[in-house]
Ligand binder design. Structure first.
Ligand SMILES: Cc1cc2nc3c(=O)[nH]c(=O)nc-3n(C[C@H](O)[C@H](O)[C@H](O)COP(=O)(O)O)c2cc1C
Length: 378
Protein backbone atom coordinates (compact mmCIF):
# COMPACT_ATOMS: atom_id res chain seq x y z
CA UNK A 1 0.00 0.00 0.00
CA UNK A 2 1.64 3.22 -1.13
CA UNK A 3 2.89 5.60 1.52
CA UNK A 4 2.86 9.37 1.23
CA UNK A 5 5.78 10.86 -0.66
CA UNK A 6 8.57 12.53 1.29
CA UNK A 7 7.33 16.09 0.74
CA UNK A 8 4.35 15.26 2.94
CA UNK A 9 6.26 14.52 6.11
CA UNK A 10 3.22 13.74 8.22
CA UNK A 11 0.54 11.09 8.25
CA UNK A 12 -1.87 13.26 10.17
CA UNK A 13 -3.44 16.08 8.18
CA UNK A 14 -5.80 18.84 9.17
CA UNK A 15 -9.03 18.35 7.23
CA UNK A 16 -10.46 21.20 5.17
CA UNK A 17 -13.02 22.87 7.42
CA UNK A 18 -15.28 25.67 6.25
CA UNK A 19 -15.28 28.37 8.92
CA UNK A 20 -13.19 26.20 11.27
CA UNK A 21 -10.07 26.08 9.12
CA UNK A 22 -9.48 29.82 9.28
CA UNK A 23 -5.86 31.01 9.31
CA UNK A 24 -5.67 31.73 13.06
CA UNK A 25 -7.03 28.29 13.88
CA UNK A 26 -4.63 26.57 11.49
CA UNK A 27 -1.82 28.47 13.16
CA UNK A 28 -2.92 27.02 16.48
CA UNK A 29 -2.90 23.53 14.97
CA UNK A 30 0.64 24.13 13.66
CA UNK A 31 1.72 25.10 17.19
CA UNK A 32 0.44 21.70 18.27
CA UNK A 33 2.37 19.85 15.59
CA UNK A 34 0.19 19.93 12.46
CA UNK A 35 2.47 19.74 9.42
CA UNK A 36 -0.02 19.47 6.58
CA UNK A 37 -2.85 21.99 6.76
CA UNK A 38 -5.64 22.89 4.38
CA UNK A 39 -7.64 25.96 3.57
CA UNK A 40 -11.36 26.25 3.93
CA UNK A 41 -13.17 25.26 0.74
CA UNK A 42 -12.97 28.04 -1.86
CA UNK A 43 -15.43 28.24 -4.75
CA UNK A 44 -13.39 28.02 -7.95
CA UNK A 45 -15.68 30.37 -9.85
CA UNK A 46 -15.24 33.05 -7.20
CA UNK A 47 -11.49 32.52 -7.12
CA UNK A 48 -11.45 32.89 -10.88
CA UNK A 49 -13.19 36.26 -10.45
CA UNK A 50 -10.65 37.05 -7.72
CA UNK A 51 -13.44 37.82 -5.29
CA UNK A 52 -11.89 39.34 -2.18
CA UNK A 53 -13.59 36.99 0.26
CA UNK A 54 -12.54 33.90 -1.68
CA UNK A 55 -8.98 35.11 -2.25
CA UNK A 56 -8.66 35.61 1.51
CA UNK A 57 -9.22 31.86 1.92
CA UNK A 58 -6.06 31.14 -0.08
CA UNK A 59 -3.80 32.97 2.35
CA UNK A 60 -1.34 30.85 4.27
CA UNK A 61 0.41 31.71 7.51
CA UNK A 62 4.21 31.75 7.53
CA UNK A 63 4.27 28.93 10.08
CA UNK A 64 2.33 26.52 7.84
CA UNK A 65 4.81 23.99 6.50
CA UNK A 66 2.77 22.19 3.85
CA UNK A 67 -0.34 24.08 2.89
CA UNK A 68 -3.07 22.92 0.53
CA UNK A 69 -5.96 24.89 -0.91
CA UNK A 70 -9.25 23.10 -1.35
CA UNK A 71 -11.50 24.17 -4.20
CA UNK A 72 -15.06 23.32 -5.15
CA UNK A 73 -15.66 23.25 -8.87
CA UNK A 74 -18.18 21.79 -11.27
CA UNK A 75 -16.53 22.92 -14.49
CA UNK A 76 -13.10 22.21 -15.92
CA UNK A 77 -12.33 25.87 -16.80
CA UNK A 78 -13.18 27.11 -13.32
CA UNK A 79 -11.14 24.37 -11.67
CA UNK A 80 -8.08 24.97 -13.84
CA UNK A 81 -8.09 28.72 -13.37
CA UNK A 82 -8.62 28.48 -9.60
CA UNK A 83 -5.90 25.83 -9.30
CA UNK A 84 -3.40 28.07 -11.08
CA UNK A 85 -4.34 31.04 -8.91
CA UNK A 86 -4.04 28.96 -5.72
CA UNK A 87 -0.55 27.84 -6.75
CA UNK A 88 0.43 31.42 -7.63
CA UNK A 89 -0.66 32.41 -4.14
CA UNK A 90 1.65 29.79 -2.64
CA UNK A 91 -0.35 26.57 -2.26
CA UNK A 92 1.82 23.45 -2.03
CA UNK A 93 -1.03 21.33 -3.35
CA UNK A 94 -4.60 21.79 -4.48
CA UNK A 95 -7.47 19.57 -3.37
CA UNK A 96 -10.75 19.05 -5.19
CA UNK A 97 -13.80 18.82 -2.95
CA UNK A 98 -16.05 15.91 -3.93
CA UNK A 99 -17.85 15.53 -0.64
CA UNK A 100 -19.54 18.77 0.35
CA UNK A 101 -23.16 17.79 1.06
CA UNK A 102 -24.61 21.29 1.35
CA UNK A 103 -27.56 22.00 -0.92
CA UNK A 104 -26.18 25.25 -2.34
CA UNK A 105 -23.01 23.48 -3.43
CA UNK A 106 -24.50 20.29 -4.82
CA UNK A 107 -27.25 22.05 -6.76
CA UNK A 108 -24.53 23.88 -8.70
CA UNK A 109 -22.87 20.62 -9.68
CA UNK A 110 -20.03 20.79 -7.17
CA UNK A 111 -19.02 18.90 -4.02
CA UNK A 112 -20.70 15.53 -3.52
CA UNK A 113 -22.58 15.90 -6.85
CA UNK A 114 -19.35 14.94 -8.58
CA UNK A 115 -19.66 11.47 -7.05
CA UNK A 116 -22.70 11.03 -9.27
CA UNK A 117 -20.76 12.24 -12.30
CA UNK A 118 -17.48 10.31 -12.06
CA UNK A 119 -16.67 11.00 -15.73
CA UNK A 120 -16.87 14.75 -15.20
CA UNK A 121 -14.93 14.43 -11.95
CA UNK A 122 -12.14 12.61 -13.82
CA UNK A 123 -11.95 15.35 -16.45
CA UNK A 124 -11.68 18.06 -13.81
CA UNK A 125 -8.92 16.24 -11.92
CA UNK A 126 -6.97 15.49 -15.10
CA UNK A 127 -7.14 19.13 -16.20
CA UNK A 128 -6.07 20.38 -12.77
CA UNK A 129 -3.14 17.95 -12.67
CA UNK A 130 -2.12 18.99 -16.18
CA UNK A 131 -2.29 22.69 -15.33
CA UNK A 132 0.16 22.85 -12.42
CA UNK A 133 3.40 21.31 -11.22
CA UNK A 134 2.23 20.79 -7.63
CA UNK A 135 0.28 17.70 -6.60
CA UNK A 136 -3.48 17.62 -7.01
CA UNK A 137 -5.43 15.72 -4.38
CA UNK A 138 -9.08 14.72 -4.15
CA UNK A 139 -11.40 14.29 -1.18
CA UNK A 140 -14.47 12.11 -1.58
CA UNK A 141 -17.24 10.56 0.44
CA UNK A 142 -18.13 6.89 -0.04
CA UNK A 143 -21.06 7.76 -2.32
CA UNK A 144 -24.23 9.78 -2.60
CA UNK A 145 -26.34 7.49 -0.42
CA UNK A 146 -26.17 4.04 1.10
CA UNK A 147 -27.55 2.17 -1.90
CA UNK A 148 -25.29 4.21 -4.21
CA UNK A 149 -21.90 3.64 -2.64
CA UNK A 150 -19.48 4.03 -5.53
CA UNK A 151 -16.19 4.98 -3.92
CA UNK A 152 -14.49 2.03 -5.67
CA UNK A 153 -15.38 3.35 -9.10
CA UNK A 154 -14.66 6.97 -8.18
CA UNK A 155 -11.29 6.07 -6.64
CA UNK A 156 -10.24 4.29 -9.83
CA UNK A 157 -11.12 7.32 -11.92
CA UNK A 158 -9.40 9.68 -9.50
CA UNK A 159 -6.12 7.80 -9.68
CA UNK A 160 -6.29 7.33 -13.44
CA UNK A 161 -6.80 11.08 -13.78
CA UNK A 162 -3.48 11.87 -12.15
CA UNK A 163 -4.35 12.70 -8.54
CA UNK A 164 -1.43 12.32 -6.14
CA UNK A 165 -3.47 11.47 -3.03
CA UNK A 166 -7.07 10.48 -2.40
CA UNK A 167 -8.87 11.12 0.89
CA UNK A 168 -11.94 9.06 1.70
CA UNK A 169 -14.36 10.39 4.30
CA UNK A 170 -16.07 7.13 5.22
CA UNK A 171 -19.69 8.24 4.96
CA UNK A 172 -22.16 8.97 2.17
CA UNK A 173 -23.53 12.39 1.36
CA UNK A 174 -26.91 11.47 2.83
CA UNK A 175 -25.48 10.05 6.03
CA UNK A 176 -23.88 13.35 7.00
CA UNK A 177 -22.68 12.52 10.53
CA UNK A 178 -25.46 10.14 11.57
CA UNK A 179 -23.44 6.95 11.08
CA UNK A 180 -19.94 6.01 12.10
CA UNK A 181 -17.37 6.40 9.35
CA UNK A 182 -16.85 3.10 7.53
CA UNK A 183 -13.14 2.33 7.95
CA UNK A 184 -13.59 -1.18 6.49
CA UNK A 185 -14.65 0.42 3.24
CA UNK A 186 -11.79 2.89 3.48
CA UNK A 187 -9.52 -0.18 3.75
CA UNK A 188 -11.01 -1.62 0.55
CA UNK A 189 -10.23 1.59 -1.32
CA UNK A 190 -6.70 1.64 0.12
CA UNK A 191 -6.11 -1.90 -1.17
CA UNK A 192 -7.38 -1.20 -4.67
CA UNK A 193 -5.43 2.04 -5.18
CA UNK A 194 -1.89 2.53 -6.35
CA UNK A 195 -1.80 6.10 -4.99
CA UNK A 196 -1.69 6.91 -1.25
CA UNK A 197 -5.12 7.03 0.38
CA UNK A 198 -5.95 8.96 3.54
CA UNK A 199 -8.82 7.86 5.74
CA UNK A 200 -11.13 10.33 7.41
CA UNK A 201 -13.92 10.16 9.94
CA UNK A 202 -14.51 10.09 13.69
CA UNK A 203 -10.94 10.23 14.97
CA UNK A 204 -11.05 11.88 18.38
CA UNK A 205 -8.09 10.28 20.15
CA UNK A 206 -4.58 9.26 19.14
CA UNK A 207 -5.37 5.60 19.77
CA UNK A 208 -8.40 5.71 17.48
CA UNK A 209 -6.19 7.26 14.81
CA UNK A 210 -3.63 4.52 15.26
CA UNK A 211 -6.24 1.76 15.26
CA UNK A 212 -8.07 3.07 12.17
CA UNK A 213 -4.76 3.39 10.33
CA UNK A 214 -3.86 -0.19 11.20
CA UNK A 215 -7.32 -1.45 10.32
CA UNK A 216 -7.42 0.23 6.92
CA UNK A 217 -3.77 0.31 5.93
CA UNK A 218 -4.32 3.96 4.96
CA UNK A 219 -1.29 6.15 4.31
CA UNK A 220 -2.58 8.70 6.80
CA UNK A 221 -5.54 10.18 8.55
CA UNK A 222 -7.31 13.49 8.29
CA UNK A 223 -8.62 15.16 11.45
CA UNK A 224 -11.78 17.27 11.30
CA UNK A 225 -13.95 17.70 14.38
CA UNK A 226 -11.31 16.08 16.58
CA UNK A 227 -8.96 18.97 15.79
CA UNK A 228 -11.71 21.54 16.39
CA UNK A 229 -12.43 20.04 19.81
CA UNK A 230 -8.74 19.77 20.73
CA UNK A 231 -6.16 21.17 18.33
CA UNK A 232 -3.50 19.45 20.44
CA UNK A 233 -4.69 16.15 18.90
CA UNK A 234 -1.83 16.47 16.39
CA UNK A 235 0.68 16.41 19.22
CA UNK A 236 -1.13 13.52 20.88
CA UNK A 237 -1.03 11.49 17.66
CA UNK A 238 2.71 12.12 17.27
CA UNK A 239 3.45 11.30 20.92
CA UNK A 240 0.98 8.41 21.07
CA UNK A 241 -0.26 9.66 24.40
CA UNK A 242 -3.07 11.83 25.58
CA UNK A 243 -2.60 15.29 27.07
CA UNK A 244 -5.08 15.96 29.86
CA UNK A 245 -4.85 19.74 30.16
CA UNK A 246 -6.05 21.56 33.25
CA UNK A 247 -8.63 24.33 32.88
CA UNK A 248 -5.80 26.87 33.19
CA UNK A 249 -3.92 25.18 30.37
CA UNK A 250 -7.02 25.26 28.19
CA UNK A 251 -7.55 28.94 29.01
CA UNK A 252 -3.99 29.54 27.83
CA UNK A 253 -4.73 27.81 24.54
CA UNK A 254 -7.83 29.97 24.10
CA UNK A 255 -5.89 33.13 24.94
CA UNK A 256 -3.32 32.24 22.34
CA UNK A 257 -6.07 31.65 19.77
CA UNK A 258 -7.68 35.01 20.63
CA UNK A 259 -4.26 36.60 20.11
CA UNK A 260 -3.97 35.01 16.67
CA UNK A 261 -7.45 36.25 15.79
CA UNK A 262 -6.42 39.76 16.82
CA UNK A 263 -3.30 39.59 14.70
CA UNK A 264 -5.28 38.37 11.72
CA UNK A 265 -8.34 40.59 11.94
CA UNK A 266 -6.70 43.48 13.86
CA UNK A 267 -7.22 44.50 17.43
CA UNK A 268 -9.86 47.17 16.86
CA UNK A 269 -13.65 47.34 16.78
CA UNK A 270 -13.91 46.16 13.20
CA UNK A 271 -11.48 43.32 13.84
CA UNK A 272 -13.44 42.36 16.93
CA UNK A 273 -16.68 42.16 14.95
CA UNK A 274 -15.03 39.94 12.37
CA UNK A 275 -13.32 37.74 14.94
CA UNK A 276 -16.59 37.28 16.81
CA UNK A 277 -17.99 35.43 13.82
CA UNK A 278 -15.45 32.75 14.68
CA UNK A 279 -14.49 32.77 18.34
CA UNK A 280 -17.86 31.86 19.95
CA UNK A 281 -18.40 29.24 17.24
CA UNK A 282 -15.03 27.66 18.05
CA UNK A 283 -15.90 27.70 21.75
CA UNK A 284 -18.84 25.45 20.86
CA UNK A 285 -16.32 22.86 19.73
CA UNK A 286 -13.80 23.44 22.52
CA UNK A 287 -16.64 22.97 25.03
CA UNK A 288 -16.98 19.37 23.91
CA UNK A 289 -13.56 18.41 25.20
CA UNK A 290 -13.64 15.75 27.91
CA UNK A 291 -10.72 13.94 29.50
CA UNK A 292 -10.66 10.50 27.92
CA UNK A 293 -7.81 8.63 29.52
CA UNK A 294 -6.68 5.85 27.31
CA UNK A 295 -6.89 3.11 29.96
CA UNK A 296 -10.57 3.85 30.44
CA UNK A 297 -11.63 4.56 26.86
CA UNK A 298 -9.44 2.47 24.62
CA UNK A 299 -11.65 -0.64 24.70
CA UNK A 300 -14.80 1.42 24.00
CA UNK A 301 -13.03 3.15 21.10
CA UNK A 302 -12.40 -0.19 19.41
CA UNK A 303 -16.11 -0.95 19.54
CA UNK A 304 -17.53 2.40 18.50
CA UNK A 305 -15.94 5.78 17.73
CA UNK A 306 -15.74 7.96 20.82
CA UNK A 307 -16.89 10.90 18.70
CA UNK A 308 -20.21 9.13 18.18
CA UNK A 309 -20.67 7.84 21.71
CA UNK A 310 -22.79 9.44 24.38
CA UNK A 311 -21.01 9.58 27.74
CA UNK A 312 -22.31 10.88 31.01
CA UNK A 313 -20.36 13.94 32.11
CA UNK A 314 -19.48 12.25 35.38
CA UNK A 315 -18.39 14.32 38.33
CA UNK A 316 -19.94 17.41 36.67
CA UNK A 317 -21.21 18.66 40.03
CA UNK A 318 -17.66 18.86 41.40
CA UNK A 319 -16.17 20.79 38.51
CA UNK A 320 -14.62 24.11 39.44
CA UNK A 321 -16.22 27.32 38.10
CA UNK A 322 -13.74 27.73 35.23
CA UNK A 323 -14.09 24.13 34.14
CA UNK A 324 -17.87 24.47 34.22
CA UNK A 325 -17.67 27.50 31.92
CA UNK A 326 -15.25 25.79 29.55
CA UNK A 327 -17.64 22.85 29.17
CA UNK A 328 -20.80 24.92 28.95
CA UNK A 329 -22.78 23.98 25.83
CA UNK A 330 -24.86 27.19 25.61
CA UNK A 331 -24.28 29.67 22.83
CA UNK A 332 -24.88 32.72 25.02
CA UNK A 333 -22.11 31.52 27.35
CA UNK A 334 -19.79 31.09 24.36
CA UNK A 335 -20.54 34.69 23.38
CA UNK A 336 -19.70 35.95 26.86
CA UNK A 337 -16.59 33.82 27.14
CA UNK A 338 -15.44 35.07 23.75
CA UNK A 339 -15.85 38.69 24.92
CA UNK A 340 -13.73 37.95 28.02
CA UNK A 341 -11.05 36.34 25.87
CA UNK A 342 -10.93 39.36 23.61
CA UNK A 343 -10.54 41.73 26.56
CA UNK A 344 -8.14 39.56 28.56
CA UNK A 345 -4.64 40.81 29.23
CA UNK A 346 -3.21 37.75 30.95
CA UNK A 347 -4.15 34.36 32.35
CA UNK A 348 -4.75 35.56 35.91
CA UNK A 349 -7.08 38.32 34.78
CA UNK A 350 -8.91 35.96 32.46
CA UNK A 351 -9.33 33.29 35.13
CA UNK A 352 -10.81 35.87 37.50
CA UNK A 353 -13.21 37.13 34.85
CA UNK A 354 -14.32 33.59 33.98
CA UNK A 355 -14.91 32.85 37.67
CA UNK A 356 -17.13 35.93 37.88
CA UNK A 357 -18.99 34.81 34.78
CA UNK A 358 -19.52 31.41 36.41
CA UNK A 359 -20.88 33.07 39.57
CA UNK A 360 -23.60 34.93 37.63
CA UNK A 361 -24.44 32.10 35.22
CA UNK A 362 -27.18 29.66 36.20
CA UNK A 363 -26.30 25.98 36.11
CA UNK A 364 -26.98 24.16 32.88
CA UNK A 365 -30.24 22.30 32.90
CA UNK A 366 -29.56 18.57 32.73
CA UNK A 367 -31.55 18.36 29.50
CA UNK A 368 -29.10 20.81 27.88
CA UNK A 369 -26.06 18.70 28.67
CA UNK A 370 -25.24 16.42 25.79
CA UNK A 371 -22.55 14.58 27.73
CA UNK A 372 -21.09 13.37 24.46
CA UNK A 373 -18.76 14.91 21.97
CA UNK A 374 -20.82 14.20 18.87
CA UNK A 375 -21.11 17.17 16.59
CA UNK A 376 -23.26 17.38 13.52
CA UNK A 377 -22.51 19.66 10.66
CA UNK A 378 -23.79 20.33 7.17
C1 LIG B 1 -17.28 22.72 10.53
C2 LIG B 1 -16.94 21.78 9.42
C3 LIG B 1 -16.62 22.30 8.16
C4 LIG B 1 -16.27 21.44 7.11
N1 LIG B 1 -15.90 21.95 5.91
C5 LIG B 1 -15.41 21.15 4.94
C6 LIG B 1 -14.87 21.66 3.74
O1 LIG B 1 -14.81 22.89 3.52
N2 LIG B 1 -14.39 20.78 2.81
C7 LIG B 1 -14.42 19.43 3.01
O2 LIG B 1 -13.95 18.66 2.17
N3 LIG B 1 -14.94 18.91 4.14
C8 LIG B 1 -15.40 19.73 5.11
N4 LIG B 1 -15.87 19.21 6.28
C9 LIG B 1 -15.78 17.75 6.49
C10 LIG B 1 -14.46 17.40 7.17
O3 LIG B 1 -13.35 17.77 6.37
C11 LIG B 1 -14.36 15.88 7.44
O4 LIG B 1 -14.42 15.19 6.22
C12 LIG B 1 -15.51 15.39 8.31
O5 LIG B 1 -15.78 16.27 9.38
C13 LIG B 1 -15.21 14.01 8.87
O6 LIG B 1 -14.08 14.02 9.68
P1 LIG B 1 -14.21 14.06 11.29
O7 LIG B 1 -15.10 12.92 11.68
O8 LIG B 1 -12.78 13.92 11.74
O9 LIG B 1 -14.83 15.37 11.63
C14 LIG B 1 -16.26 20.03 7.32
C15 LIG B 1 -16.59 19.53 8.57
C16 LIG B 1 -16.92 20.38 9.63
C17 LIG B 1 -17.23 19.81 10.98
Amino acid sequence: MPALPAHWPSKVWLAPLTKGGNLPFRRLCVDFGAVVTMSEMAYARQVKKRSRAEMALLRRHASEKVFGVQIAAGKVEDAVEATKIAVDQGADFVDLNCGCPIHDTVKRGMGATLLQRPGALGKIVAAMAEAVEVPVTVKIRTGWKEDKVNAHEVAKIVEESGAAVLTVHGRTREQRYTKSADWELIGEIVRQCSIPVLGNGDVLTWHEGKHRLELSGAAGVMLGRGALIKPWLFRECAAESEWLPSSDERLEVLLRFAGYLKEHFRDDERGRTRAMRFLPWHLGFFARWRPMPEERFQAAALEHPLMQTRFEDDGADDLGPVERMLRDPREDVHEQLAALLWEAVDLDGLRGAVEELAARTPAVDASEVAGDVAVSHG
